[in-house]
Design a protein around this ligand. Structure first.
Ligand code: NAG
Ligand code: NAG
Ligand code: ZN
Length: 577
C-alpha cells in the first residue's frame, strides 16, 4: 500500500493532559476498579432531569482517526461453486456481533438448558471464516461504512450510505439484483431507515438523512422502486410532521406515497402481520413497520402481542418471496439483520445481548431449513459489520495483586428479566410521572425492589450502587448494565465499536468466503453469486443524479449535504445508540 495511507496510522492522540486524574477515570471506566461515588449528596443530580433526552444519555467519545485517501483492493476472480440457473441468496448481518458474543451466548444457552459441551449454536456449525472491518477513514468502522462494503463492495467513510469517498453514489447488490429480475427484501429489528438496511436501497452522504432514506426505499429513487418487501421498525420517518409519532422534518406522508404511487401494501400492526399467515397471504410489494423506532430488545418482548419475532419475519419474507418467484427464472435476494445485538453491545448489557444473539441464531436456522427444503439452489451468508463493546467473557474485578479468576457466571444473565435500557426507561417514567413531586422513599424502594431485584434479578445490591442510580438517573442504564456485567464477570472495553475481526458463517456453496477476508470481499461474493452487474448500476445512478430530486433534496441534491469531518465523527455514535 502506498504511503498515502499513512494518516490513518499516525499517532494523533492528544498527547498533553494525560493527568493522573484522567488516568484514574479511564481505569474506572475500562478496567473496572471499584467505583467511588463522588457525589454523596443524594438527589443532587435531579436538576439534570429537565434535560432528559434518551438519544443523548451516554457520555462516550467516539474515536475517529484521520482521513485516508485511497486504497487498493484485490479479491478472488474465481467464481466456482455458483449454480448456473435460478438461485436465491439470503444475506444475514449480525450487527455488532464479535466472536466473544458467540462464546457468551453458547455458554449461556448450555447453562440455561442444561446442554452438553457439544450442543453448540446453529451458527457455530456453519463457521467458515472471518472478516476484516476497517472503513476508508478509520480503523474502527461504523455500520454505514460496514454495510456499504457489503452492498457496493467498496470501502467508504463512516456514515456513508452507499456513497463512495468522493460522494458519488455506488450501485448496490440489491439494486443490481432487482434490475436483473430478482425479487428483493429487507428484514430488520431497527428502523428500516437505519444504516444497514439503508445501504442496500438508498444513497445519502450521511446516515442521519433518514427522511430521504425512507422516501428512496419506497421508490423515490433514481431507479424507481428497488425493494419488494420491507419489514422492521422506524415508522416515524414515514409519517408526515403533522401526525403524532412523526420524526420527519417535512409533511410528506411516505406511507401514502408508497401505497398510492408505488403500489405497496402497508401494515403497521402485529394483527396485520399475523394475517399474512407467515407469508402465504402476502401481496407484494409489502411494507410492514411495526415500531415507531427500534423494536424493543428480545428480553423485553419474550412473547409479544405487539411485535413479530425475527424468525417469524424471516419465515414470512422467505415464503412470500419464494411464492412470488415460483414461475420466474430468477430467485430472490433477501437481507436479514439481527440489528440490536449492536445496541446491547453499546449498552454493555450482556443479559440483553444473549437473547438477541439467540434470536438471531434461531433465524439462521429458519433460513438454513428453507435452503434444505428448497429445490431452487441457494446460499446463506451471515457476518457482522463490526464488533461492539469490546466484549470479554471474563473480567478481573480487582487490580493486582488480586488474582484473576478463570470463570464467568451465565446464571447472572439468566436471572435478569429486563434490559438495562428498559429499566432505565421505567425509572425515568417513575420520576417524571406528572402530578405529584416524587416521594424519595418510594423512589428508592422502587429502584431497589422493582428495578434491581425484580428486573435485574440482583438481590445483593450495595448502598453505593443504589446511590449511583439515585444520584444520576440519566445514567442509570449504564449502571444497571454494569451491575449485571460485574456480577457475571463480563468485561467491556468501550460503549462504541471495535476493530476486531468478525466471523463469517455460510451454508454449502459459500466456499469462496472460507478463511480471512476484507469485508468488501463479502460484497463481491454477493454480486458474483447472483451474477449481477453492480458497476452498471453505479454508472446509471451517476448518469441520473443531476436530473433527479426528491422532497428532501432542497438545493443540495437527492443524496443530501456533504458532511464535514466533524459531522462524520459525530454521526457514527449519535445514531447508533
Ligand atoms: C469500487 O469497487 C469496484 C468493484 O470492486 C471497483 O471497480 C471500483 O474501483 C471501486 N471504486 C472505488 C472508488 O474504490
Ligand atoms: C412540517 O413540514 C413543513 C414542510 O413540509 C414545514 O414547512 C414545517 O415547518 C414543518 N413543521 C414542523 C413543526 O417541523
Ligand atoms: Zn453500533
Amino acid at each position: 500500500m502506498a504511503p498515502a495511507a499513512q494518516p490513518l496510522f499516525a499517532d494523533d492522540r492528544p498527547s498533553s493532559a494525560h493527568s493522573e486524574e484522567q488516568a484514574a477515570r479511564e481505569d474506572d471506566a475500562l478496567l473496572g476498579n471499584p467505583r467511588k461515588s463522588t457525589q454523596r449528596n443524594r438527589f443532587a443530580g435531579w436538576a439534570q432531569i429537565g434535560l432528559f433526552a434518551w438519544a443523548t444519555v451516554a457520555t462516550i467519545a467516539v474515536v475517529v482517526l484521520a482521513i485516508v485517501l485511497h486504497q487498493h483492493v484485490s479479491a478472488p476472480k474465481d467464481s466456482k461453486a455458483k449454480p448456473s440457473g435460478k438461485r436465491n441468496l439470503i444475506f444475514m448481518v449480525s450487527d455488532g456481533m464479535g466472536p466473544a458474543s458467540l462464546s457468551l451466548t453458547r455458554s449461556y444457552r448450555q447453562f440455561v438448558d442444561g446442554l452438553p459441551i457439544d450442543d453448540v449454536l446453529v451458527l457455530d456449525q456453519h463457521f467458515i471464516g472471518s472478516s476484516r472491518t476497517r472503513s476508508s477513514n478509520s480503523l474502527v468502522t461504523d455500520s454505514a461504512a460496514g454495510a456499504t462494503a457489503f452492498s457496493c463492495g467498496n470501502k467508504s467513510y463512516n456514515g456513508a450510505i452507499s456513497m463512495l469517498p468522493d460522494h458519488s453514489p455506488c450501485g448496490t447488490v440489491l439494486e443490481a439484483a432487482k434490475k436483473a429480475g430478482y425479487l428483493t427484501g429487507l428484514v430488520v429489528l431497527t428502523a428500516v431507515t437505519d444504516a444497514t438496511p439503508a445501504c442496500f436501497a438508498s444513497h445519502v452522504n450521511m446516515r442521519t438523512e433518514e427522511d430521504s432514506i425512507a422516501e428512496q426505499e419506497v421508490g423515490n429513487h433514481p431507479l424507481g422502486r428497488v425493494v419488494d418487501l420491507v419489514l422492521g421498525g422506524g415508522r416515524c420517518h414515514f409519517l408526515p410532521n403533522t401526525t403524532q409519532g412523526s420524526c420527519r422534518g417535512d409533511d410528506l406522508d411516505v406511507t401514502q406515497l408508497a401505497q398510492e404511487k408505488y403500489g405497496w401494501s402497508y401494515i403497521d400492526k402485529k394483527e396485520e402481520f399475523d394475517a399474512l399467515k407467515l407469508g402465504s397471504a402476502v401481496k407484494l410489494p409489502l411494507l410492514g413497520l411495526f415500531a415507531p423506532y427500534n423494536f424493543p430488545f428480545k428480553i423485553d418482548r419474550p412473547t409479544s402481542e405487539v411485535y413479530p419475532s425475527l424468525p417469524d419475519m424471516a419465515r414470512t419474507a422467505i415464503k412470500a418471496l419464494e411464492a412470488a418467484t415460483q414461475d420466474s427464472d430468477k430467485g430472490f435476494f433477501l437481507m436479514i439483520e439481527g440489528s440490536r445485538i449492536d445496541h446491547a453491545g453499546h449498552a454493555n448489557d450482556p443479559a440483553a445481548q444473549v437473547r438477541e444473539v439467540l434470536e438471531y441464531d434461531q433465524t439462521f436456522a429458519v433460513v438454513q431449513e428453507f435452503l434444505d427444503r428448497s429445490e431452487v439452489p441457494g446460499v446463506v451468508i451471515s457476518t457482522s459489520d463490526h464488533e461492539t463493546g469490546g466484549l470479554a467473557t471474563a473480567r478481573q474485578l480487582q487490580p493486582l495483586p488480586a488474582e484473576p479468576e478463570y470463570l464467568w457466571y451465565p446464571k447472572v444473565l439468566a436471572s435478569a428479566s429486563h434490559s438495562a435500557e428498559y429499566l432505565a426507561h421505567e425509572l425515568m417514567s417513575f420520576i417524571t410521572k406528572p402530578g405529584k413531586t416524587p416521594d424519595l422513599k418510594k423512589l428508592e424502594q422502587f429502584v431497589r425492589k422493582d428495578l434491581v431485584v425484580e428486573g435485574l434479578g440482583i438481590a445483593d445490591a450495595t448502598d453505593a450502587e443504589i446511590d449511583l442510580i439515585l444520584n444520576s438517573p440519566l445514567l442509570s442504564g449504564a449502571y444497571f448494565a454494569d451491575m449485571v456485567s460485574r456480577r457475571a464477570h463480563i468485561g467491556w472495553s468501550t460503549h462504541g465499536h471495535t476493530a476486531v475481526d468478525v466471523n463469517i458463517y455460510g451454508s454449502k456453496g459459500s466456499d469462496l468466503l472460507h478463511g480471512n477476508h476484507e469485508n468488501i470481499e463479502v460484497g463481491k461474493f454477493l454480486r458474483e453469486y447472483l451474477d449481477v452487474d453492480v458497476n452498471a448500476i453505479t454508472t446509471e445512478l451517476n448518469k441520473k443524479t443531476d436530473s433527479f430530486s426528491i422532497s428532501t433534496s432542497n438545493n443540495v441534491g437527492w443524496t443530501g449535504k456533504i458532511p464535514t469531518e466533524e459531522e462524520i465523527k459525530a454521526a457514527a455514535w449519535r445514531q447508533d445508540y
